[in-house]
Design a protein around this ligand. Structure first.
Ligand code: AMP
Length: 282
């Protein structure tokens, strides 16, 4: 496995693979890799001849009040994990390689980005769409792998690829959890011992929602208020949102009469965590 820092090196390597008739899978990440990322790399390795993983903490998707500076980084660990799971090349550019001084073009989206995380993180998806477009143009993969952990991001990327006719297949991969149910996240490292225990309220409350749905409840407000009451019973937790939306359009729905996403963002202390389930996966 090689680690490269320049766009030119990625292009030359991918061109060589392509000329040999090899297929390329791509896993974009912000690094500090864990088993969630590993599952994406495993799936790409299984589906493709070669796998590229990008490790880049993208400044453009963070607001000034967010955790860009403190976001955890450990490239040596990332290299070892990625190689173990079959990655062939890590692309780890410096910010100036991705954004030159006169950078002024953006990929933006309406509607899907105006719900859920888009409400509390207004510039986030513009940053995500821009960096993912750039990475797609650099790597030119056959397939790209995204976790259902970031369900809105997955929907936004699918929509962008469709709107802009990008010739890339987007594959959504299941959420990988700790043994006790907490969804794996690089941000879990921010939690102290008490907060780590409290953070279980996300997956526990989602389990409550799934039970209600399995028992036949279709009214979204009823499901949401039961989920919220579980979260409210945890003193360290503060709800940003709990919503049920159409899984493709991300618009809120009243009744479970179509494939839906139940998604939440909850502050545990200062750390904002997200979790969700798709009704089709219950
Ligand atoms: P990040 O490094 O947080 O930007 O995540 C990179 C990719 O890994 C995204 O597609 C995430 O959805 C995915 N990912 C992160 N955590 C998990 C998880 N627990 N299970 C599955 N995929 C994940």
């Amino acid at each position: 496995m090689k680690t490269v820092k320049t766009i030119l090196e990625v292009r030359e390597q991918v061109k060589k693979w392509r000329s040999e008739g090899l297929t390329v899978g791509f896993v974009p990440t912000m690094g500090y890799l864990h088993e969630g990322h590993a599952s994406l790399i495993d799936t790409s390795h299984k589906d493709n001849d070669r796998t590229v993983v990008s490790v880049f903490v993208n400044p453009m998707q963070f607001s000034p009040n967010e955790d860009l500076e403190s976001y955890p980084r450990d490239l040596e660990h990332d290299k070892a994990l990625a190689e173990e799971h079959g990655c062939d090349m890590i692309f780890n550019p410096d910010p100036c390689e991705m954004y030159h001084e006169n950078f002024s073009s953006f990929v933006d989206m309406t509607v899907l980005t105006e719900e859920l995380c888009g409400l509390s993180r207004p510039i986030h998806f513009r940053g995500v769409c821009t960096i993912v477009s750039k990475l797609f143009n650099i790597v030119k993969p056959n397939k790209a792998y995204f976790g259902k952990k970031d369900a809105q991001q997955l929907a936004v990327i699918r929509h962008m690829v469709d709107d802009l006719n990008m010739d890339i297949e987007i594959i959504g991969c299941p959420i990988i959890r700790e043994n006790d149910g907490l969804a794996k996240s690089s941000r879990n490292t921010y939690l102290n011992a008490d907060e780590r225990k409290s953070a279980l309220v996300l997956s526990h409350s989602l389990e409550k929602g799934k039970e209600l749905i399995k028992s036949g409840v279709k009214d979204c407000q009823e499901i949401i208020s039961e989920i919220k009451s579980v979260i409210d019973s945890e003193p360290l937790a503060k709800i940003d949102y709990v919503k049920i939306v159409d899984e493709a359009t991300m618009q809120q729905i009243e009744s479970l009469d179509r494939p839906a996403l139940c998604a939440m963002a909850v502050y545990i202390g200062k750390t904002r965590l997200i979790d969700n389930f798709f009704t089709e996966d219950i």
